[in-house]
Design a protein around this ligand. Structure first.
Ligand code: PDD
Length: 287
């Protein structure tokens, strides 16, 4: 089946999809993005992703490329054309094309809007779900506005490669005070010895994950005690459970941190319950 992408108002064959060399996204990483999971042909947490897109756009004083109605239509059309059942839609908005100048281009310069899809056979392997994944820790060398889903991802690119080189699934980034901020492309969670679910509070030091927000809601609905606060690497080493979350990983158990076993080395009940609850909830809400 032909694979389509969407570029500035047109559906184009994926292999030919391109933006201009002076696109501000290419020149300055002057843009934002979203990744929306497609689960059994339906969007998971769509409203949350659209809300965060508009927040990111506003924080960078980027114009919205289209109304939500149009964005959702294009997303749906791309999913349909590409015959996507499971995978994701990637959406990127940049400040458009203009001669290279750090200052904003003239008002009225149209933003660039690009969408692509990616198909997966499954979101995680049975081993990842049943045995958990490993993470390493690395210094968080990012800028001060991690709450904005900007396409400037060089620290995460380097971090993910370090994780891959170490045979790990993800790298958890550490602030100078030894607290865990988040993963390179996921939020970080632990369950304390007292059974309290802990994840860092939203603010400028992390991206407020859309999956994170749904998991917090589900945890509270399920009566799981929750604390939104920073936790240290030491606390994570000694946690009863750990897991990570993002669009597409949902809640994925973490059973090794820097080579140390977390808890009893098996995925814990909180992570396992929340993963199942998320998948059920996403299916119900998008129905
Ligand atoms: N990344 N933290 C960071 C730094 C992220 O890049 C992501 C998502 C998350 C989780 O956010 P959400 O639950 O809304 O997906 C947290 C996406 C998946 C990516 O860059 O591909």
């Amino acid at each position: 089946m032909a694979r389509w992408a969407y570029v500035n108002g047109r559906y184009v064959p994926h292999a030919l999809a391109a933006v201009h060399v002076e696109d501000r996204g290419f020149q300055f990483a002057d843009g934002v993005y979203e990744v929306v999971t497609v689960l059994d042909g339906r969007f998971a947490d769509l409203e949350g992703h659209l809300a965060r897109l508009h927040r990111s756009l506003a924080e960078l004083r980027l114009p919205a490329p289209a109304s939500n109605r149009v964005l959702v239509f294009v997303m749906g059309e791309l999913v349909r054309r590409n015959g996507l059942r499971n995978g994701s839609v990637y959406m990127q908005v940049t400040r458009g094309v203009a001669p290279r100048d750090f200052r904003f281009p003239p008002a009225g310069t149209p933003p660039t809007l690009v969408m692509t899809t990616r198909s997966v056979q499954r979101f995680a392997t049975p081993e990842q779900v049943e045995q958990g994944v490993s993470v390493i820790t690395i210094p968080d060398i990012r800028w001060g506005r991690r709450d904005i889903k900007s396409v400037a991802l060089l620290p995460q690119v380097l971090g993910k490669q370090r994780a891959a080189d170490a045979g790990a699934f993800e790298a958890w980034m550490i602030d100078p005070d030894w607290t865990v901020t988040e993963g390179c492309s996921s939020n970080a969670w632990i369950v304390t010895g007292q059974g309290v679910l802990v994840t860092r509070e939203p603010g400028m030091r992390i991206l407020n994950g859309v999956t994170r927000l749904s998991l917090l809601r589900l945890a509270r609905e399920g009566g799981i005690p929750v604390e939104e606060r920073p936790f240290t690497v030491e606390e994570a080493y000694g946690a009863r459970e750990a897991f990570l979350s993002s669009a597409g990983t949902f809640a994925l158990p973490v059973t090794r941190i820097d080579g140390r076993t977390v808890g009893d080395g098996r995925p814990g009940p909180v992570a396992t319950t929340l993963r199942a609850a998320y998948l059920a909830d996403a299916a119900r809400r998008s129905a």
